[in-house]
Design a protein around this ligand. Structure first.
Ligand SMILES: [Zn+2]
Length: 163
């Protein structure tokens, strides 16, 4: 038996203003996109903004549904839109802004498991890391170097091909 360990390093900034200019802009776009969320059931609004290698920025927000499984998270709205509008163009970074209208949150919200898997598909396909920038409606910012850091032992197409 051998014991293995996952080590993930990420950066914590006290606020948006400590970030590089490009990351600040991206997080601001995510924050603005959050206003477009349709979240009448959870009142938890999320905005996401992805910057692509060609400089394009694609945004998304969570879209809920009376039939709960039929809604979609902001992160997947953004990355699927990036994939549909700019097929084959790598995603460099994805910024995520999350919180309720009534109670501003200082707590960054990381992508759910489904979103981690979906974003990881693009990271694996493009062969380059997708940086993840997280912030609540205000407060500290987490910068994660790659979505695979949030999905240890992630499932990808190489497993399908190894049959
Ligand atoms: Zn999600």
């Amino acid at each position: 038996m051998e014991e293995q360990q996952f080590n993930v390093t990420y950066k914590v900034y006290q606020g948006r203003n400590e970030l590089d200019r490009e990351d600040q802009v991206l997080l601001e776009k995510a924050s603005i996109a959050r206003e477009g969320a349709y979240a009448p059931y959870s009142n938890f609004k999320v905005g996401a903004a992805a910057i692509l290698e060609n400089g394009e920025i694609v945004v998304g927000s969570n879209q809920e549904n009376a039939s709960f499984p039929s809604g979609l998270c902001a992160e997947r709205v953004a990355v699927f839109q990036a994939g549909a509008r700019f097929p084959g163009v790598p995603i460099i970074s994805l910024a995520i802004s999350a919180g309720s209208d009534t109670e501003p949150s200082n707590e960054p919200a990381a992508p759910c498991g489904n979103c981690r898997q979906s974003i990881y598909e693009y990271e694996h396909k493009q062969g380059k890391p997708i940086r993840v920038i997280l912030q609540g409606s205000q407060g500290p910012v987490y910068l994660i170097n790659a979505i695979s850091d949030l999905l240890p032992l992630g499932f990808n197409s190489s497993q399908l091909n190894s049959q």
